[in-house]
Design a protein around this ligand. Structure first.
Ligand SMILES: [Zn+2]
Length: 328
């Protein structure tokens, strides 16, 4: 079926208007809402939605799909996670334009709150399922994030067919985290997941294709398109599956990596080399068991907003995690 394009017009505090394209296809229930780019450097999901529009052309829908490729155009044009975020400012829950902490938005709030309100009140409120597309650092494998107290959310993660899923407990949602879109809609009778693509700042085409396949499978599970959903061949639950953290030894090192997140390794495979800054001595790092790499390289939290932390230099006394491998 063919998606029809519409525009949402959102009035800004300074009297200007932000015009946002969105796409609708099908009619009746259930309603599935899919958006990308709440955060301005998370571009791959925009392309995933482009792929979805093409892929769904040949499907007959039983229900409705609403697509918003760019949920936060101001942040995308600002080229940072949040509109008005400064260079080097850490990612946090506290920034006034951190869109994924302020759902369901506010019609009289700041620019980002107004956009969230317009999306929520016009498109999301009546939706039964929400898929919110994000991207995290290229050093971590793509992952579907759901809620452990909502069986449907768990199933949506499962049918994403991604190697990694993460199931969050209710206790984690306190304070500003209650303003996360998927949490908010789950507390108001809907079901939602976040899908994190691997890689920010540019469009990773392979990731977009992988996530697009997963969304099509989730749509089969929901019953919006025909066909039986595929079962994942293998899937790890982050922090629950058996895994090994490889920590750098004491020293000043340059880290050289030979593998990427998602790569399958055999016990004894060379995955990285450390070169000493002081002696140029070399230390080889081998996979301690068979498994799949979840993270490798610059694995610190939110390295993306502090460019110096993305530089793979290890200092003495740092508990620097070179990689995390889930055992197969
Ligand atoms: Zn994000």
């Amino acid at each position: 079926m063919i998606f029809k394009r519409y525009f949402l017009h959102v009035n800004m505090p300074d009297g200007t208007t932000v015009k946002m394209p969105y796409f609708v296809c099908g009619k009746g229930d259930p309603v599935v809402y899919i958006q990308a780019a709440q955060h301005g450097v998370e571009l791959t999901g925009i392309y995933t939605i482009r792929l979805l529009i093409d892929r769904l052309k040949n499907e007959v829908l039983n229900g409705r799909i609403i697509l918003v490729p760019i949920a936060n155009p101001l942040a995308v044009m600002w080229r940072r996670h949040f509109y008005r975020m400064e260079l080097g400012e850490p990612y946090s829950s506290d920034h006034p334009h951190q869109m994924n902490r302020l759902w369901p938005g506010d019609p009289n709030g700041n620019e980002t709150q107004r956009i969230a309100y317009a999306l929520y009140s016009n498109l999301i409120k009546e939706s039964d399922y929400v898929i919110d597309l994000h991207c995290w650092e290229m050093w971590r494998c793509s992952c579907a994030l759901g809620f452990e107290w909502d069986k449907i959310s768990i199933d949506m993660c499962r049918y994403s067919l991604l190697d990694f899923i993460s199931l969050e407990p209710r206790e984690r949602f306190v304070g500003k985290r209650k303003g996360m879109l998927t949490y908010y809609i789950t507390e108001h009778g809907g079901h939602g997941i976040v899908i994190e693509h691997s890689g920010q700042r540019w469009v990773f085409v392979k990731e977009a294709n992988r996530v697009c396949d997963g969304i099509i499978n989730i749509l089969r599970y929901i019953g919006v398109i025909k066909g039986k959903p595929k079962e994942p061949k293998r899937q790890f639950v982050v922090n629950r599956g058996k895994h090994i953290d490889i920590i750098a030894p004491y020293g000043y090192w340059i880290l050289v990596i030979y593998k990427s997140p998602g790569d399958e390794v055999r016990k004894g495979d060379l995955i990285a080399t450390l070169l000493s800054l002081e002696t140029f001595e070399e230390q080889k790092i081998y996979a301690p068991s068979n498994g799949i790499i979840y993270e490798i390289g610059a694995t610190r939290p939110h390295v993306d907003t502090r460019p110096s932390e993305e530089v793979m230099v290890i200092l003495k006394g740092e508990k620097y995690r070179i990689a995390t491998i889930y055992e197969t």
